[in-house]
Design a protein around this ligand. Sequence first.
Ligand SMILES: C[S@@+](CC[C@H](N)C(=O)[O-])C[C@H]1O[C@@H](n2cnc3c(N)ncnc32)[C@H](O)[C@@H]1O
Ligand SMILES: [Zn+2]
Length: 375
Amino acid sequence: MQQEGAAHFEVGKAFFRVSSQMGRDLAVLAAIAYKQTHSHLRILDAMTGCGVRPLRYALEAKADYVWANEGNEELSACLQANLSQALLPERYRLTHQDANAVFFDCYQRQDFYDLIDIDSFGSPMPTLSTALWAVKLGGLMYLTSTDGRATSGRAPDSSLKTYGAWARSHPAVHEQGLRLLIGAVAQQAAAKGLVAQPVFSFYNGEVNRAMVRITRDSSWLSDRFGFLAYCHSCGQFQPASWQKLGRIVCPCATDEPLSVSGPMWLGPLHNQADLAAMQRHALEREWPICQSLIATMQAEADLPPYFYPLAEIGRRGKMDIPPRSDLIDLLRQNGFVATRTHFSSQAIKTNAPIADCIRLAHLLAQQAPPASLAN
Ligand SMILES: C[S@@+](CC[C@H](N)C(=O)[O-])C[C@H]1O[C@@H](n2cnc3c(N)ncnc32)[C@H](O)[C@@H]1O
Ligand SMILES: [Zn+2]
């Protein structure tokens, strides 16, 4: 028997990763916040595996009703046992259909859900546009993608097929993976007259997760769905709008063409009000690792759509890797916004140009005592 949060369950032959707990914890916190605001919470977990998510949504976020769907019928007995030992029959439903059939069925019956969870292998794109038919207006969709090869620039054709976007290689590809995913949701939602905006976004090494809120309003902003250009000569990133395509130049005036990726989401990675609510619930539950992660998300939420690895600053400045917190402090003292980022413990997010990061890192290196005296 496994335990995670308030859920006890057998995994059996289901796909289950203990290491994905943080992604589930964050979703539970967002669901708790949703339930508090809306006083109702009906969940559709379209690819449930062993059923850990419906159990946690029901037991911890007090979801009124959870629909657990799992395409693999062989998991039926295990799932039925897991759900029935914790939930009354009227509080859940278990089905074994293709997720797309479930979403169409919801639409057909006008049975819309507050939170749709799609924990797919690869990318969620084959089910994304249909899921938009099943989500309640103002509700949430939690998406997972594990196609890092496509979004890191190593297989740009795969990225083009999946996301309708070209992915190039550069030092911030982890963030690019999330932004391609969110951008695709934003565009698909917009095509239906809807708006998708991130509640939070989370990269954890091999998996991208984005919780988005779906609304119907007129807040489509073209400058939030555009391109990211990277200069291999000097290391500078810049977001680029559709209008600027073809006229993007790097301040270093290199003759080298810039690497341009996109279109992708260029807006905030997280919503500050949602993070504040999630942080309150993490504090109440005494989940320190979540608290620290959410604090980092709060700090990075509104910064430019890329990060600088410290190793990149060191390599370009031909110096040792600068200490992260010292460099962040010095950037702030020099009037820039700078913070750690959840994408890497060895990277910073800042609105400072890379040239300033390198210049200030040099200053730090000069101030540092010689290695022989440092201890
Ligand atoms: C990554 S696992 C789910 C893990 C689970 N959500 C968790 O947190 O432990 C993905 C599951 O989705 C199921 N699946 C894949 N494609 C599906 C589809 N199109 N419709 C329904 N289920 C699907 C697979 O059988 C698998 O059990
Ligand atoms: Zn340049």
